[in-house]
Ligand binder design. Structure first.
Ligand SMILES: [Fe+2]
Length: 327
């Protein structure tokens, strides 16, 4: 029996079973949809598209110690805090001498230190992990334990984890897939500068390091779910657009006014983005690049700009669904 036309648009094409199904409780929730009307459920009111969104550094520049979620759960229709369907990003502000527990039911937690110094401790029954961090450091933790972040000087960290993905799956993390790993800021900076000084880099506007882990040779990503890139956009750069099916939760580490990202869903014949939205960068700010959207970074500031996009590209690579393309 096809539903009557006065059904909500999200139910278009819904077929329900006859009265016989009411006598069979195992059949009670079975539905069928007409493929021609229901093939793409990503639409407003059903599976919400991922919106553009920016957060400024004022969110974490003052205030008491605490976790500041970049939460779009009401827009995305997820039942727990989420910045994208699979990932949750936060700022963590910790006053000197204080501590914050970063609890999440996640397979992967990534922390980047925007400012300050301190110690991360994770206590487990068979192993203790201690990471002493300072500005510019990045570290990743697998599932297990609840990290305690204690600041020796007032600190701000960017924290991304995959608890929304596990919540959607109805799964609990059980087995670490990688060891806790610390990427020191001094090492990241010196390797990026070496890259920038290589012959050919002057004419390239893609100078970036992909963070990888010996435990994850096939995806070459920072965890088996998360992907992280430490990059510089040189002054005068206008990157050719690219796109990928991973979502990007972009953190701007440092920049001057005049750096921005153009983003949109289609390209013009000349390879530029059609009717792009401009997202201006701010040091210590963050923004979302939705999956599949073309994007291009532009630096008109006269100074180098530094960014750290975090994506679910470890997972997308494993699924062979990353589909990265360049204009
Ligand atoms: Fe990208």
């Amino acid at each position: 029996m096809t539903q009557t036309p006065d059904r909500p648009s999200t139910d278009l094409g819904l077929h329900v079973q006859g009265e016989a199904a009411q006598l069979n409780p195992v059949a009670d929730k079975a539905q069928l949809f007409d493929y021609r009307q229901a093939a793409n459920p990503i639409r407003s009111g059903l599976t919400e598209p991922i919106p553009y969104r920016c957060w400024g550094a004022d969110l974490h520049s003052s205030g008491p110690s605490g976790i500041l979620p970049l939460d779009l759960s009401s827009e995305l229709g997820t039942s727990g805090p989420a910045t994208s369907p699979g990932l949750a990003a936060h700022f963590i502000r910790i006053e000197a001498g204080e501590g914050v527990r970063a609890a999440a039911s996640a397979t992967s937690s990534l922390f980047f230190v925007l400012s300050g110094e301190g110690v991360c401790r994770v206590r487990e029954t068979d192993q203790d992990t201690t990471i002493r961090w300072s500005e510019g450091d990045l570290f990743v933790l697998p599932c297990g334990g609840t990290p305690l972040l204690e600041a020796t000087s007032t600190s701000v960290l960017y924290w991304v984890h995959d608890a929304p993905l596990l919540h959607y799956l109805g799964a609990l993390p059980s087995e670490p897939r990688f060891d806790a790993t610390h990427y020191r800021g001094a090492w990241l900076r010196s390797e990026l500068l070496k890259l920038a000084e290589q012959p050919g880099s002057a004419s390239s506007n893609r100078i970036s390091l992909l963070l990888a882990n010996r435990d994850l040779p096939s995806t070459r990503t920072v965890t088996h779910v998360l992907w992280a890139m430490y990059g510089i956009v040189p002054p005068g750069a206008t990157q050719a657009p690219h796109r990928h099916q991973s979502v990007a939760l972009d953190l701007i580490i440092d920049c001057q006014p005049g750096v921005y990202t153009l983003v949109g869903t289609e390209l013009n014949a000349d390879g530029s983005i059609r009717n792009p939205k401009r997202i201006d960068w701010e040091a210590g700010g963050a923004f979302i690049t939705p999956p599949g959207h073309w994007h291009s970074h532009v630096n008109e500031s006269g100074k180098p700009a530094y960014l750290l996009p975090i994506q679910d590209a470890g997972l997308q690579t494993h699924l062979r669904s990353l589909d990265i393309r360049f204009a």
